[in-house]
Design a protein around this ligand. Structure first.
Ligand code: ATP
Ligand code: MG
Length: 412
């Protein structure tokens, strides 16, 4: 679990701000749900035989003996809330997004942490392939807006309850013949969750499954048609993508379209965003039979990709250097007045020498510094120094805000 320190928080705020802006363009509204849910919610939705539920959840009993879990993902809590508040009664089409911390007990490494953050979006109520394409277009738009271009979109279809059992059977038959070379986790997955074998990172398992049957050859007519229409729309929107029939997602609720935004820059933590359709989830959780599709982006991984060109912290517009106690008191009131007028102003409270105060102004990267002592107070005017080119002018203290605003407008 990480602290996010002030020098990188600018990048976080930028990534969050752009999510509010871009998702808003597509008609998505923010929803905020608690970080704790009943454990049962995640077992029912994500699936008992998944890595998340089997070994990654932070689960504990509260004082009344209820089993609670720190949310490992956002889709199930958002759907729980959607159902609980009967949002479908107001409008069966809901476009929601969320951001915040998620918790998984994993082995920490670069791009993989125990508290991490996701920004995610969910579109409920429309099963048309156009919605799949719209959600993917929004995801690509976001990456473009935040200036991350070392990523590529991969898509797949996992079929539906009609066609997946036959695929699962074909895959199990294939895996059974190669069982002895699979890792012990995968030997177990053959029974519990055979599709996950295709996702195993152990080289021997990957090698043994290169010729595994493809899910795309087993889709029913409905799922195949849906997938080809999604591809059609992506092409019409001129979005680059590739089809990866080996992409299975680690959560059981996915149906039909699944996708990942992958990068080559983060080692084996190659997925920056991931998602898919979940047409059975809402009814499985006791809600109406509404389809849904969504994704979640890992913010830490976005930050790692963004760190090549970090957003610089906002510069103070003015630093007030005060000489002596009377001037310090005056500067303090002046600073407050300028801040109320919307200017970003700093001063030093420690009564240091002028030289030390100017060093501080430089360290904070202030645009201007105003130097105020007893003489300046008596004259009602003081020298204003442009810290970028060291030029100086004398400014009447009465007019400081106006002068500063006009200088700042000139240089921006
Ligand atoms: P991975 O294959 O990397 O384990 P996942 O399939 O478990 O990812 P999802 O549950 O789909 O991931 O979550 C969506 C996104 O959240 C991922 O693509 C990733 O960017 C991010 N993410 C998931 N787990 C972590 C983690 N432990 N630390 C940081 N980011 C994470
Ligand atoms: Mg994972």
């Amino acid at each position: 679990m990480n602290d996010i320190l002030p020098d990188e928080v600018g990048t976080w705020q930028f990534l969050e701000r752009e999510a509010h802006r871009i998702f808003g363009l597509y008609g998505f509204n923010e929803i905020r749900v608690p970080v704790l849910e009943k454990t049962e919610l995640f077992c029912r939705s994500i699936g008992e035989a998944t890595d998340i539920v089997e070994k990654e959840m932070y689960t504990f009993e509260d004082r009344s003996g209820n089993s609670l879990t720190l949310r490992p993902e956002g889709t199930a809590p958002v759907m729980r809330s959607f159902i609980e508040h009967r949002l479908h009664a107001q409008d069966p089409v809901a476009k929601l997004y969320y951001m915040g911390p998620m918790f998984r007990y994993e082995r920490p490494q670069k791009g993989r942490y125990r508290q991490f953050h996701q920004i995610g979006a969910e579109a409920v109520g429309i099963d048309d392939p156009m919605m799949d394409a719209q959600v993917l277009a929004m995801l690509c738009h976001y990456f473009k807006a935040v200036g991350i271009d070392q990523v590529s979109l991969q898509i797949n279809s996992l079929g539906c309850p009609e066609c997946r059992p036959a695929y699962r059977q074909a895959l199990v038959a294939f895996l059974d013949e190669r069982r002895s070379v699979l890792c012990s986790d995968c030997q177990r997955r053959c029974q519990t969750n055979p599709l996950r074998v295709l996702d195993c990172k152990v080289p021997a398992c990957q090698e043994a499954t290169t010729a595994a049957p493809s899910v795309l050859d087993h889709l029913c007519g409905g799922c195949a048609g849906h997938f080809s229409q999604v591809r059609n729309y992506l092409e019409a929107l001129e979005l680059d993508y590739s089809v990866n029939p080996r992409m299975v997602r680690g959560l059981d609720y996915y149906t039909k379209t699944t996708f990942e935004m992958v990068t080559g820059q983060l080692g084996s933590q190659n997925a920056v965003a991931a998602g898919g359709r979940y047409d059975g989830l809402i009814s499985d959780l006791g809600g109406p039979a509404l389809p849904g599709i969504g994704f979640a982006m890992g913010v830490e991984r976005l930050v790692l990709l963004k760190s090549q060109n970090p957003a610089t912290a906002q510069r103070p517009e003015l630093f007030l250097a005060a000489l002596g106690q009377t001037a310090a008191r005056h500067c303090f009131l002046l600073m407050n007045d300028l801040q109320q007028r919307g200017l970003k102003v700093e001063m030093d409270f420690s009564g240091k020498s002028l030289k030390a105060q100017m060093r501080r102004a430089g360290k904070l990267n202030a645009r201007y510094a105003l130097i105020v002592g007893d003489d300046e107070l008596a004259a009602g005017q003081a020298p204003l120094r442009n810290m970028d080119d060291a030029s100086q002018e004398t400014v009447a203290l009465q007019e400081l805000a106006a002068v500063l605003n006009s200088r700042l407008a000139d240089c921006s």
